[in-house]
Design a protein around this ligand. Structure first.
Ligand code: PGA
Length: 255
């Protein structure tokens, strides 16, 4: 682990929970987390309509992310939520390019790159997700897939923008499946991404960008994963709704 990079633990709640359950998670799970916020960002992403209630209930340094934003600005776009409307209610982060949005909602890499650009322009920070599908890994295309997804984002942003982007490497075959990448498999891709960042940007950006891992992270496997040099934290789905989220945060806080 590089000591200069602040670690990051994201909790992606996806389209889960009722308002009552979400408020309860804040009170029982999140508010009892204690961590060094100078060393670690903890950011949870509930559904949009729960955000205001949860934001006012959080008593510690836990931050909130939106799970998506519109490609449009404000205007006649029924059903959309614009990046500046997220920023307007005091939210600093947005997850973009999650594999579920890519596969179920037709978001391709070009669109993800454009959304990243719009989000950054409004002052949001971005958790940008990339990762290969099982058949792509089996065909030996993992690096190519990751490279294409990352360069599509890189095309839309400036060197300065990378300060406000966290890259989430999430192999699709590991998401919600219980099949976590081994620490070696994850490190191999994280190292590749960092080298690629040198190639397409420069070594300073590559050294400073946070690359987090997502895909079946839990309270048991997080300690070993965070021990790897290029793994700077996690994006956690299922386990972020459970008490073990505290163990994941702890494994990073004490790293
Ligand atoms: P998971 O999801 O932890 O449930 O595998 C990760 C994610 O989708 O970000």
């Amino acid at each position: 682990m590089q000591s200069t990079r602040k670690l990051f633990v994201g909790g992606n709640w996806k389209c889960n929970t009722t308002l009552e359950k979400s408020v309860n998670l804040v009170e029982t799970l999140l508010n009892s987390l204690s961590f060094n916020s100078a060393k670690l960002d903890v950011v949870i992403a509930p559904i949009f309509i729960h955000i205001p209630a949860l934001k006012s209930g959080i008593k510690n340094a836990v931050q909130i992310a939106a799970q998506n934003c519109s490609l449009t600005s404000q205007g006649a776009y029924t059903g959309e939520i614009a990046a500046d409307q997220i920023k307007d209610i005091g939210i600093d982060w947005v997850i973009l390019g999650h594999s579920e949005r890519r596969s179920y909602f037709g978001e391709d890499s070009e669109l993800v790159g454009k959304k990243v650009k719009i989000a950054l322009a409004t002052g949001l920070k971005v958790i940008a997700c990339i990762g290969e599908k099982l058949e792509e890994r089996e065909a030996g295309n993992t690096f190519d897939v990751v490279k294409n997804q990352l360069t599509a984002i890189n095309k839309e942003v400036s060197h300065e923008d990378w300060k406000n982007i966290v890259i989430a490497y999430e192999p699709v075959w590991a998401i919600g499946t219980g099949k976590v990448a081994t620490p070696e498999q994850a490190q191999e891709v994280h190292e590749y991404i960092r080298k690629l960042m040198v190639e397409i940007n420069n070594s300073e950006i590559a050294e400073n960008v946070r690359i987090i891992y997502g895909g079946s992270v839990n309270g048991k496997n997080s300690s070993e994963l965070i021990g790897k040099e290029d793994i700077d934290g996690f994006l956690v789905g299922g386990a972020s709704l459970k008490p073990e989220f505290a163990d994941i945060v702890k494994s990073c806080d004490s790293n």
